[in-house]
Design a protein around this ligand. Structure first.
Ligand SMILES: *Cc1c(COP(=O)(O)O)cnc(C)c1O
Length: 467
């Protein structure tokens, strides 16, 4: 070593210890809980260390910058999840936003079931053990006219339970046009494999004919499975075998026809003409032996898998030991019971999903114009605000290609729609809209009562008040 050669100190050694940074946070942000402060500090220091590893010549971050970063991380960690957001996308059943919103009756039922004891598995008349699902199954049967009904944790569970019960170790025939992936890793071929079922694919991607099914049915065929294409459409040179014809084939061969409907309803939805195949009771009348669908799609209830169909099949599913592993929890059960009661009472408008789907154009227009006026006054020159007519897609993964006429508030700001959308996601109550050309659209179809004030607040946060 020569004089003048410097031994450069490792810049990482100038980073504060995690404990010291967490203590500093406690002084500047006393509201942050200790666990979040410590974890935020640990992550901030680790990130700074990684940056210095990647670029050893860089200056280590200033303590204040590190503190601010740790506080941001801690605030993110302590935030309740899922946190409330405002859905202005117009997508009524938005998978990323939690699908169906429960109405007042169902929310109250969940709250009561959660916070107190209940006769979940007690027969109050005899004092003996009661069946937790019996009251729910009764209501489903009354509403649907099905021979029997069952509810499990979700629709994926319903499909798995049906296949395990009816077809384990045997063959199931499915059209190649229906080997779908729903998202969230629900793929029809994989579910079949998990259920220990041999998949027999018939037809081609775009066309499947009755003879394809006929030729595939053999001594080891357990059932025919029809799967709703919940998230895509086929157009052009296409052919599928209708339910009634498929039921006829199944009957001739003495095997059941099972339909995974995905999005199903039990009653017509007032104010909107949904595709006919969504009405589950009609599918049974057309010849399906078993139909299953989600509780939190078009039914507008909690996460659940609803099963309707022939008694011997449904009872066999209920007796399957897997049913216990796939069962609905008491909160979901309470919510679903409330939704079914509301439907039995003929009050579908009490279910937010159905209300949003059935909202009429004049009501939506009035709401959009009122909101546009309010936001226009509030934002002044910061953004162009107009009420405009549009079309909304109602469901991520429910009804592909099904759109409804709607009204939106279109916002045009100098910073552009992407930057505005990003800023609105950071608001105290984040707002999600959709982008069309140079505008961010806020669709009033999916706004809930009382959203307007928070929406106004979020926009002021994003654009600043200019009056
Ligand atoms: C949504 C859907 C499922 C999965 O239902 P979950 O309730 O989310 O488990 C399965 N099959 C089809 C056709 C669907 O649309």
């Amino acid at each position: 070593m020569h004089p003048g050669d410097e031994v450069k100190e490792d810049p990482r050694s100038s980073l504060p210890a995690v404990g010291r940074l967490a203590d500093a946070l406690a002084k500047s942000w006393p509201d942050l809980p200790a666990w979040a402060r410590v974890e935020g500090a640990r992550r901030a220091v680790a990130a700074a260390r990684r940056d210095l590893d990647a670029d050893p010549g860089a200056e280590p971050p200033a303590l204040e910058a590190l503190e601010a970063q740790a506080a941001r991380l801690a605030a993110g960690l302590r935030r309740p999840r899922p946190g409330r957001v405002i859905n202005a996308t117009g997508v009524v059943l938005h998978t990323n936003l939690g699908r169906a919103v429960l109405g007042a009756e169902a929310a109250a039922a969940v709250s009561a079931a959660a916070a107190g004891y209940g006769d979940l598995e007690l027969d109050l008349d005899s004092g003996g053990r009661g069946n937790r699902l019996a009251p729910l199954r009764e209501k489903l049967v009354i509403l649907s006219g099905a021979e029997a009904a069952l509810a499990v944790n979700n629709n994926a569970a319903a499909v798995l339970l049906a296949l395990d019960t009816l077809a384990r170790g045997r063959e199931v025939v499915v059209s190649r046009g229906e080997l779908v992936e729903i998202g969230g890793s629900f793929r029809v071929p994989e579910i079949l494999e998990r259920a220990g079922v041999r998949l027999v694919e018939v037809g081609t991607t775009n066309r499947t004919h009755p003879r394809d099914y006929e030729q595939a049915i053999g001594p080891d065929t357990a059932l025919l499975l029809k799967v709703h294409r919940s998230n895509f459409e086929q157009r052009g040179f296409v052919a599928e075998v209708g339910l009634e014809e498929l039921a006829e084939i199944a009957r001739r061969h003495g095997i059941p026809l099972v339909e995974d409907l995905g999005s199903g309803t039990l009653t017509p939805v007032p104010g909107v003409e949904l595709p006919a195949e969504t009405l589950a009771p009609a599918r049974l009348r057309q010849g399906a032996d078993l139909v299953c669908f989600s509780g939190d799609k078009l039914l507008g209830g909690p996460q659940a898998g609803i099963v309707l169909g022939r008694s011997e099949i449904v009872e066999a599913m209920a007796r399957n030991p897997l049913a216990r592993a796939l069962r609905l929890d008491k909160l979901g059960l309470a919510a679903l019971d409330a939704v079914l009661r509301v439907l039995l009472e003929g009050r579908p408008e009490r279910i937010p999903t159905l209300r949003a789907l059935g909202a009429d154009a004049s009501e939506l227009r009035a709401r959009a114009e009122k909101l546009a006026l309010r936001l226009g006054q509030r934002l002044g020159a910061a953004a162009g605000v107009t009420a405009e007519q549009e079309r909304s897609a109602v469901g991520g993964g429910s009804l592909p290609g099904f759109e409804l006429p709607t009204w939106v508030v279109a916002l045009r700001a100098a910073r552009g729609p992407d930057a505005l959308a990003a800023r609105l996601r950071q608001a105290p109550v984040p707002v999600l809209g959709r982008i069309r050309d140079d505008a961010l659209l806020l669709d009033v179809r999916t706004l809930l009562d009382g959203d307007e004030a928070d929406l106004e607040h979020a926009l002021t946060f994003a654009l600043g008040r200019t009056d």
